[in-house]
Design a protein around this ligand. Sequence first.
Ligand code: CP3
Length: 333
Amino acid sequence: MSNIQEVIKNKKTNLNPIWIMRQAGRYLPEFREIRKKNTDFIKLCLNSSLSAEITLQPLKRFDLDAAIIFSDILILPYGFKQKIEFKKNVGPILDDLNFDQASKITEEDFIDRVNPVYKAINLVKNNTLTKNKSTIGFVGAPWTLLVYVLNKQSPKVKLKENFFKDHSSIKQTLNIIEKFLKIHIKNQINNGAEVIQIFDSWAGLLEDKDFDFFIYNPTCSLVEFTKSLNVPVICFPKGIKNYKKYCEIVKPDAICIDYEVDPIKIEKEINIPVQGGMDPKILLTDKDNLKKEAIKYLDIFKDHPYIFNLGHGVLPETDPNMMDYLVKIVKDY
Ligand code: CP3
């Protein structure tokens, strides 16, 4: 069993495994080299051999405990034929979703479109670099995907004023998203994903009264589905206030925390395995500070099943030497 599985399944506290969200990405010069020649981001995600190569890049440099497959949460809308493009310095831009078209797409059609992702997982899983490590598959949470599908761009740029008004398209869209999320999770698992992480990057946008409908109900359904396939599931509801309540309702196998919550409070309140927390900006400071902050998290979770990670993705401006140092601190602890 890999260290990450030992922590999640057997609640081991002495292993301190580490992987990093966005560990395969722009802070690595070898990624930027490939990216320069592949200007269409979705096409790059759908190139199985390049996707596998990018996934393995951080494992060649650092002693990480997991490979997270190089793909994107927006491969899902691509799979149900919503047009999508990644604009430089803007982020993803989507076309209107065509409901009639999307509701006619079959499981086979969807799998045909995103099959290269599954092939990439297979390549990664069978590579010697992932021996004794975990291959992590992922999806966006229903709420975060709903935001992109209906808002058609990052809510960081702008959230439509009438976003919550159109109940019928919200309901229809959520149904489509939930259907294909299950298909996507199942196929990642069938092709070698041993852990699934659900990214709810925009959970922090919602008020308490909307949590049942947009977060708890649809996420519970996905968590139950993933557990029924005997694969552990980690949830990352970034920016929420009440992680304890979230864990009690959603019941993930492990919870990934963001950098705004107090890790001491989390350690006291939450009794499932915890992942992450440290602010990615710490990697932009200096080695002494990085060591101090990393040790802080390791000390707090010393007697708690804990997977080291950041409180959000590694920033593109991060120096790979700082990442190297971080991995060594965690391994030497
Ligand atoms: O973690 C990994 O190493 C695996 C790869 C991965 C990517 N995206 C690759 C990527 C993962 C797990 C994601 C998840 C993802 N994608 C999320 C959830 C996590 C989070 O960051 O909150 C979200 C919201 C997206 C959607 C998305 N993809 C946005 C908003 C953007 C543009 C903003 C940005 O960070 O550039 C992307 C692009 C993207 N996804 C890149 C990478 C490496 C950068 C693409 C580039 O090279 O230009």
